[in-house]
Design a protein around this ligand. Sequence first.
Ligand SMILES: NC(=O)c1ccc[n+]([C@@H]2O[C@H](COP(=O)([O-])OP(=O)(O)OC[C@H]3O[C@@H](n4cnc5c(N)ncnc54)[C@H](O)[C@@H]3O)[C@@H](O)[C@H]2O)c1
Length: 271
Amino acid sequence: MSHNILVGKRGIIFGALDDQSIAWKTAESVKKEGGKFVLTNAPVAMRMGAINELAKKTGSIIIPADATEVEDLEKLIDKSMDQLGGKLDFVLHSIGMSVNVRKGRHYTDLNYDWMKKGWDVSSVSFHKLMQVLYKKDAMNAWGSIVALSYVAAQRTFPNYNDMADNKAYLESIARSFGYFFGKDKHVRVNTISQSPTPTTAGKGVKGLDAFLNYAEQTAPLGNATAEDCANYTVMMFSDYTKRVTLQNLYNDGGFSNVGVSQEIIEALDNS
Ligand SMILES: NC(=O)c1ccc[n+]([C@@H]2O[C@H](COP(=O)([O-])OP(=O)(O)OC[C@H]3O[C@@H](n4cnc5c(N)ncnc54)[C@H](O)[C@@H]3O)[C@@H](O)[C@H]2O)c1
């Protein structure tokens, strides 16, 4: 399936770690639709080396940047415009990490230094990225910026830990910065709230397998895959969504609006 809806568009894709990453699938889909892009990830993630394979496959260059370092972001954006031959039309922020989740710290016993680190990586990096793009006037009018979120920003999921708070903050930054980006530059800013997905970040959450099943049985259309998320993001980068902005858009098979499904009621019914 390819409709060339991104031909002539340039951008940056953050967060492709391996071939399970949502950013990896997005890079493949954007390429299929004719978009050109720079791939970036934290220097430490480069050591795994998988991103080189994606760069080769999509004809992209890689520019490492720690998304919490403004100086790295400045260099990344300057070099990307240089390499791609002009201002940007799309940016994907596909970055998340909680030290408390990684180290198995319970939400009622958080380490606050770790909490700050996770908040900086998962939420504030989105503000830093947009502030650099804004100050450098690096986005073309009607460009599109997307970050990935999760429904734990609105509803309680006990094992999602401090990432729930990070996602709520991320979605708020999208609305707040999106206002100024819209008014001043005609650029749209949205978050896509994705189903649970078996990636490196997803697998860090305790009990992911059971949770994937629960979500699958709750959502009338079943869980959205990483490929589904990639396709939705492509649409958000295209000219077909020019006036969609400041939104948190659910790509979750309907999960977020279901109270309980009949399958789950029947599984719990002892009568
Ligand atoms: N997997 C899920 O269940 C799920 C569900 C909803 C939303 N999301 C979100 O999707 C996004 C992508 O995650 P994924 O599931 O593809 O997992 P992933 O582990 O493949 O991707 C996370 C990426 O963040 C990068 N990263 C971490 N620290 C960074 C830093 N300082 N600078 C730059 N990059 C950094 C990692 O290197 C990695 O590439 C995240 O925002 C995640 O929270 C995931």
